[in-house]
Design a protein around this ligand. Structure first.
Ligand code: ATP
Length: 452
């Protein structure tokens, strides 16, 4: 595998320099591990989320949902978040297990020979510490225990509690899925590595409800679907791997979990988890709410609690992976060119329109081309500075094509189209531009970094 030039520091610097992502509250000295997205960051992350939505909603068996961030506190009791996340916990530095401090005597360390946490020869427990991953707030003006609410730590529970609603209106039957994108909040003990782990982040989660006998087959299906989603959007396949969790790593509810991992500059790390959650969630919410959460098949007379396959991805983490994977540097005419070789569908700006000089009618013609394209795709008009500097700027934000208007354009209504990756320039009639770019945006794409 060729050595990548990318480092996390270079990504952070480029994001700041080009207006993708800024440290939040910077003028007040910042607030640990929170970030604000600037113009190009918003465009890029929106494209990532749209590509996810498209992958989900182009299927006939998935519907969309947008549930509230604030939910009834019982939701988090049913899901296990309140019990599991609010009590004093100890971590084991060896096996990475986390145990309720007051339950250690009743628990088993995952390592052999089976002993209580802390009693094995290699156990290395931390001090007990209060550990509540959820941000707590109060609903209404009175701050007492009855008004406690939490900012959701995952979007998934909003889907489970709407299972019945969706079943009623959507006319779907298992196998079918409910997809949601939205903010989640976790008071992470060790946030860091830029937007890889933050306390406020966006998730893209889909819960796929299936007849119990089909769970394994759909689990495998979604692992493959999700891997392909990343590679179709340009991630190099040799930088992506599927890692199945070992039995002792699985959450209590899961009968199988696989992570999609990406080779970040910090090493192989989770991009997304795909879990076979069994019927845990619906059963829990049925018990805690008293509502029946099951499916009744009128044709067969069969009644069952569907099992759930969950692909759970992070929009910020995926955005970081696309930035890292596309970052490149090369020598051009004795100078280092920095370029984001983003998939054109993800690129914040698709086409930049640049008059060579600010006279001779060139700005006017460039504006006309801008108007021709701007409602079909994200475009940018830029007339300031030398043409070389303007190309560099577009390279750094990952714009796949630059349209340059020159004196010949005024005579014959043709322009040059510069390709970000190959640096070739072709002369094209202005009238042909919408079809040209439309076609290129729809075409399959592979990163030129693969050939390097
Ligand atoms: P990790 O082990 O990295 O903490 P997790 O296994 O707790 O992640 P899940 O609960 O499975 O994560 O959440 C699904 C996805 O949400 C993750 O794969 C990741 O992309 C994203 N995610 C989770 N926590 C964070 C965070 N603190 N900051 C950014 N993204 C996150």
């Amino acid at each position: 595998m060729p050595q990548d030039v990318v480092t996390m520091d270079k990504i952070v610097a480029l994001c700041k320099r080009r207006g993708f992502i800024f440290p939040s509250s910077e003028i007040y000295g910042g607030l640990g591990s929170t970030y604000d997205y600037g113009h190009y960051g918003v465009l890029l992350k929106t494209n990532v989320k749209n590509a996810w939505w498209q992958a989900m909603l182009s299927r006939e068996d998935i519907v969309a949902l947008d549930s509230a961030i604030l939910q009834h506190p019982r939701v988090w009791e049913a899901s296990g978040h309140v019990g599991g996340f609010s009590d004093p916990m100890v971590d084991c530095r060896t096996c990475k297990g986390r145990f309720r401090a007051d339950h250690v005597a009743d628990l088993q360390c995952p390592q052999k020979p089976s002993k209580c946490p802390g009693e094995g020869p290699d156990c290395d427990l931390t001090e007990a510490r209060a550990f509540n991953l959820m941000f707590q707030t109060h609903v209404g003006p009175v701050q007492d225990t009855a008004s406690v609410a939490y900012l959701r730590p995952e979007t998934a529970q909003g889907i489970f509690i709407n299972f019945k609603n969706v079943l009623q209106f959507s006319r779907k039957k298992p196998p079918f899925g409910i997809a949601q994108v939205g903010k989640s909040f976790r008071n992470e003990i060790t946030p860091g590595n830029f937007i890889f782990r933050t306390r406020e982040f966006e998730q893209m989660e889909m819960e796929f409800f299936v007849p119990p006998a089909e769970a394994e087959q759909w689990y495998q299906h979604w692992i493959e679907e999700r891997r392909t989603w990343y590679t179709d959007l340009g991630i190099r396949p040799d930088h992506l791997e599927i890692r199945a969790h070992a039995a002792d790593e699985l959450s209590h509810y899961s009968s199988g979990t696989s992570d999609v991992e990406y080779l970040f500059p910090i090493g192989w790390s989770e991009l997304e988890g795909i879990a076979n959650r069994g019927n845990f969630d619906l059963t829990q919410h049925a018990e805690f709410s008293g509502e029946k959460l099951e499916y009744f098949d009128q044709a067969s007379g069969e009644r069952y609690v569907p099992h759930v396959i969950e692909p759970a991805a992070g929009a910020d983490r995926a955005t970081l992976a696309f930035l890292v994977d596309s970052y490149d540097e090369e020598e051009v005419d004795g100078e280092t060119r920095t370029v984001l070789r983003l998939h054109p569908r993800l690129a914040p700006v698709k086409v930049a329109i640049l008059p060579l000089v600010r006279k001779e009618g060139q700005p006017e013609l460039a504006r006309e081309i801008h108007d021709l394209l701007r409602f079909a795709m994200q475009t940018e008009y830029d007339e300031g500075g030398s043409i070389g500097k303007r190309y560099r700027r577009q390279d750094e934000i990952g714009t796949p094509w630059c349209v340059t208007v020159d004196h010949q354009s005024i005579e014959d209504r043709t322009v040059t189209v510069r390709d970000r990756d190959s640096l070739t320039q072709e002369r094209i009639a202005i009238d042909d531009l919408p079809a040209l770019f439309g076609g290129r945006l729809a075409a399959p794409w592979t990163t030129p970094k693969l050939a390097a």
